[in-house]
Design a protein around this ligand. Structure first.
Ligand SMILES: *Cc1c(COP(=O)(O)O)cnc(C)c1O
Length: 357
């Protein structure tokens, strides 16, 4: 069976060597040595200033919203994983959708201003599939209207924009280290900000409001990760260059061998060093996409409809129409992309798809 992704597992001895460090110290959580080592190594690897590792990629969005949205309106994208919208609703803030750019699939920065009201507090946008939003224009708008910017950068491990980590953009960025993501700790994530005061607030937010054993600074939740998860991260990290290179080879193969006369791929924003996190293809219509998906399934190949449905259409929401997002969501398929996907399998995936076009 070939799935859309397959978790990269480091050699078990290498993972065990890190786990042994936790056993030797008899210390399993509360920001132990392994979490702190992983934070330092990620700062170097990513070229960033601050990181707080968290238990997943969803809670840090909730923490950021709690600090910055104040249960007001949050302008957001309808084309993302459900966690982006759910975090807004969970915070009892109000999502206000703005449609997407039809080629890049990120929020359409030209439509943001029309959605701003007196109650707008923040913009929560997703660098979807690791493709950066128009961070410059969004920053201008946010400055003009005094809004905060939160980027859901769950897909963005290793992405650079204009030579800098994409995590450096926005007031706050978040990432997911879930096992299906590019870099992983099994379950995990991180939150990034270059604002010192905000970093302090996020720090105590992720630790029950504590900043020191008997000191409280404000409201918090438990968003800490354990030493066992950090051990996985430390064992995976040395392979990241290899992982990204292997994924590039697969993406290049799809790009060269699929019939793009009758398909579209996404347009990566200029000045981006992309991370090959997903390989989405967009069909001319939903019927054709479903037919190809069925043919692949018949051959034990399971691509995924990332992201479907458009989030303004999710069951508990009655959002306004978002014609571009709804249209793309109905026609898009993410193809298998993981280290170890063989040339032989790639060839047959391309043949099955091209045959139906
Ligand atoms: C995976 C994902 C999340 C959630 O991350 P978890 O670590 O699973 O909580 C949030 N946003 C997007 C866009 C994602 O793809």
């Amino acid at each position: 069976m070939i799935n859309v992704t397959k978790t990269f597992l480091p050699p078990i001895e290498e993972y065990n060597a890190f786990v042994k460090r936790a056993f030797d110290k008899e210390w399993l959580t509360n920001r132990g040595e392994l979490v702190q080592t992983l934070e330092r190594e990620l700062i170097t690897f990513l070229g960033i200033e601050n990181i707080i590792i968290t238990n997943n990629g969803t809670v840090p969005i909730q923490m950021a919203l709690r600090l910055l949205a104040n249960q007001g309106e949050v302008i957001t994208t309808p084309f993302s994983y459900v966690a982006t919208t759910a975090a807004i609703l969970w915070d009892r803030s109000t999502p206000v959708f703005v449609d997407i750019d039809s080629e890049r699939l990120t929020i359409d920065e030209n439509k943001i201003e029309a959605a701003i009201t007196n109650n707008t507090k923040a913009i929560l946008a997703t660098h979807v599939f690791g493709n950066p939003c128009n961070v410059e224009i969004i920053k201008e708008i946010a400055n003009n209207y005094k809004l905060s910017i939160i980027y859901d950068a769950a897909h963005c491990f290793g992405v650079k924009y204009k030579g800098e980590s994409i995590f450096n953009y926005g007031d706050v960025s978040t990432c997911s280290f879930h096992a299906t993501k590019l870099f992983h700790t099994g379950e995990g994530g991180a939150v990034f900000t270059n604002n010192k005061e905000l970093n302090h607030k996020l720090f105590y937010s992720h630790n029950f409001g504590h900043d020191g054993p008997e000191k409280f600074h404000g409201l918090g939740i438990n968003a800490k990760i354990s030493e066992l998860q950090a051990a996985m991260g430390l064992a995976v990290l040395p392979y990241m260059h290899e992982i990204i290179e292997a994924r590039k080879v697969i993406c290049d193969y799809y790009q060269e061998n699929l019939n793009f006369q009758n398909l579209k791929s996404i347009k990566i924003r200029e000045h981006t060093e992309w991370n090959y996190s997903y390989f989405p293809i967009i069909f001319e219509n939903e019927k054709l996409m479903l037919k190809v998906k069925q043919m692949l399934n018949n051959n034990n190949i399971f691509p995924r409809r990332y992201f479907y449905p458009s989030l303004n259409r999710i069951c508990y929401l009655e959002g306004e129409n978002m014609p571009i997002s709804e249209s793309v969501a109905s026609r898009i398929l993410c193809l298998p992309l993981f280290v170890g996907l063989s040339k032989k399998n790639l060839k047959s995936i391309c043949e099955i798809i091209n045959r139906e076009l």
